[in-house]
Design a protein around this ligand. Structure first.
Ligand SMILES: Nc1c(NC[C@H](O)[C@H](O)[C@H](O)CO)[nH]c(=O)[nH]c1=O
Ligand SMILES: CC(=O)[C@@H](O)COP(=O)(O)O
Length: 162
């Protein structure tokens, strides 16, 4: 169901589980920093609300969403993590650059996760305009950063128990 029909950040209907024993990296892009900063706040809220320890959350900042790929690989290469949360905001400009970034980031983040056998969560907004991004970074359609954190907890627990 699309975000325009509901607030996807309502998790009251699911059992998320405890993040107390999990280690995370959040890789966040600096492009559209006001948006990605709001996504980051949501991600921290989601992790801490479910018991994650602050000392178990590493933060890595990268220039743009395209660099989330390398940043996630670096995070997983250097330490034992249970999940990586990749946060970015790509907004359509005048050219097809948007298409290439979104396609690459979506495809390659999945490949990074498979390479390391660890969950890499796609918390990247890909919007037509700034307002759509604002609405999904703590606005009327919730916070995709918080959603990504909940997904990271769920997938991290699945990896630990399978
Ligand atoms: N236009 C946006 C970008 N562009 C920059 C790329 O992500 C990348 O840093 C550059 O191509 C160099 O490799 N990045 C975003 O995150 N959001 C945008 O709207
Ligand atoms: C997604 C982008 O890289 C884009 O915002 C850059 O804008 P433009 O396509 O007008 O160069």
């Amino acid at each position: 169901m699309s975000s325009s029909l509901k607030n996807l950040s309502d998790f009251s209907h699911i059992q998320v589980g405890s993040a107390a024993e999990l280690k995370f990296a959040i890789v966040v892009s600096q492009w559209n920093a006001k948006i990605t900063g709001a996504l980051l706040n949501g991600a921290y809220k989601g992790l801490l609300d479910h018991g994650a320890k602050e000392e178990n959350i590493e933060l890595i900042e990268v220039p743009g969403s395209y660099e989330l790929i390398a940043g996630s690989d670096i995070a997983l290469r250097n330490q034992e993590l249970d999940a990586v949360i990749a946060l970015g905001c790509v907004i359509q400009g005048e050219t097809r650059h948007f298409d290439f970034i979104c396609q690459a980031v979506g495809t390659e983040l999945a490949q990074v996760g498979l390479k390391h056998s660890k969950p890499v969560i796609f918390g990247v907004l890909t919007t037509d305009n700034l307002q759509q991004a604002i609405d999904r970074a703590g606005g009327k359609h919730g916070n995709k950063g918080e959603e990504a954190a909940i997904t990271a907890i769920q997938m991290g627990l699945i990896h630990k128990t399978h």
